[in-house]
Ligand binder design. Structure first.
Ligand code: GLN
Length: 334
């Protein structure tokens, strides 16, 4: 969609951002140093329309780890690569109503959905099972950590680069410090992986170590607010990057991914968040939030202080004010 009078739209976004800036409640995630020591006052907003119109404000080029915003992309890739039935055989699509790192599984032993850690770990395992060919014939014997690294370098990073318009707006990278501390503090994720292995088992030839390492590497990819707006806009545009024109995911895959984001993207705050915003969205504990406005564009908001659910306080507030100011809510057309 081309937004008419983009200048006045941008002025409104400036105004909304200014109105949210004084909100300083919440705290940085503190379980690893790179998140704990990130400057808490940073506040950035970016928007990319499905036609490539672009707005950015604040420290929108500052890098951060993408954390749980990796989850919908892993899920979309799994759907595209394996088909819906095979993915759903291993992972549910039900809101959990529970914290993102909860250990509980569904009655049928599948994780609730791919947007909580258990489901994302399972998606990582499914992808690991799906890509043995990159291992030059020694799968599954290659040392686990090396396999996860290869999956991240050969599959995920290039995918994120295409989603991010190949560096035209900003680039994606990998933060080794984040990954190493994630791994040092991964007891809950390790626990979840072992519970899943004990309950339903894992996809063929995938170890818990590969599953965990691949997931944590995905969380440790880096991006910035401007770039994340392009990623969100690619989803808003049915999988076609609005800047490069490349069709990255099929419309069907995006439709399914966005459906899950609508009711699972904000963990145990998903219902309340959708009630107010009415659009698919995803957050990460680094303080990033993205919103997908189908056929309109993608927003990204970054501010590191998070609430008790793990969602950026300013990101959530900006999203709610945005949606009450404009008519982007799914049901505003009524
Ligand atoms: N790396 C974090 C974890 O696995 C990501 C969590 C999040 O962004 N909610 O616990």
């Amino acid at each position: 969609m081309v937004i008419r009078d983009f200048q006045s739209f941008s002025t409104h976004l400036d105004y909304l951002k200014d109105s949210v800036e004084p909100e300083t409640s919440g705290q940085n995630a503190d379980y690893i140093p790179t998140l704990k020591n990130a400057p808490s006052d940073v506040f950035a907003v970016a928007f990319c329309s499905t036609d490539g119109q672009f707005y950015e404000s604040g420290q929108s080029r500052q890098s951060f780890s993408i954390q749980s915003t990796c989850k919908p992309i892993m899920f979309a890739l799994a759907l595209q690569k394996m088909g819906t039935d095979k993915v759903l055989e291993w992972c549910g699509i039900e809101p959990s109503g529970r914290p993102f790192n909860d250990t509980k599984l569904m009655e049928d032993k599948r994780p609730f959905n791919p947007m909580v850690n258990s489901g994302a770990l399972m998606t990582a395992a499914l992808l690991a099972a799906e890509y043995p060919h990159i291992l030059e014939n020694d799968f599954p014997n290659k040392e686990d950590g090396a396999y996860a690294k290869e999956l991240c370098d050969e599959i995920l990073l290039p995918l994120w680069r295409t989603l991010s318009a190949n560096g035209i707006v900003g680039d994606v990278g990998f933060c080794r410090d984040t990954f190493l501390s994630e791994r040092d503090t991964a007891d809950t994720n390790i626990g979840i992986a072992h519970i899943m292995k004990a309950q339903k088992g894992l996809p063929p030839n995938v170890s818990t170590q590969t599953m965990i390492d691949f997931y944590l590497r995905s969380c440790s990819l880096t991006s910035n607010t401007a770039t994340m707006a392009v990623v969100a806009s690619t989803l808003a545009n049915g999988g076609k990057n609005p800047i490069t024109g490349e069709q990255i995911f099929s419309v069907d895959v995006v439709k399914k991914t966005l459906s899950v984001l609508s009711f699972c993207g904000f963990y145990d705050n998903s219902g309340e968040f959708f009630f107010h915003t009415g659009v698919p969205s995803k957050s990460g504990v680094s303080g990033i939030v993205f919103l997908v406005l189908p056929n309109v564009g993608g927003f990204a908001i970054f501010s590191p202080r998070i609430d008790k659910h793990g969602n950026s306080v300013r990101g959530s507030l900006f999203a709610k004010r945005l949606m009450s100011h404009f008519t982007f809510h799914s049901y505003d057309s009524l």
